[in-house]
Design a protein. Sequence first.
Length: 138
Amino acid sequence: MTIEALGTDRIGDSIAYTCELARYLAERLERNPIFELKAPVSLNIVCFGIRGKSSEFVRSLVMDIQESGLAAPSWTTINGELVVRCAIVNHRTTMADIDGFIDTVTGYTTFSFSVSFSWLGRSRTAVVNPRIILVSPK
């Protein structure tokens, strides 16, 4: 049904466009020393690490971005390291969306920190991102 409605040329153009956006994302990541590409970008998937950040940080970043509604990245393991995985599949995604994603990830990475603590006799680590400021009443 989709092929009949849109035609193979239009579907092919959409796929080519998402691949172009993936290359654009990779280029933006390579320009920033915080990020490191973890696999070659051959189609529409970009995998990257964040220098100096733990697996727990990557998990928190991915989950917070998903919950924000900005994008839906996931994580994967490459050579034993947990990394962010972006599969660009939505034909409505734009370069401005990619720029917004980069800005958000950069801000998150810059303004977050890890806190270690003990709870119920077990060591825990939490990633804190002060995006929300709570003010207690007087």
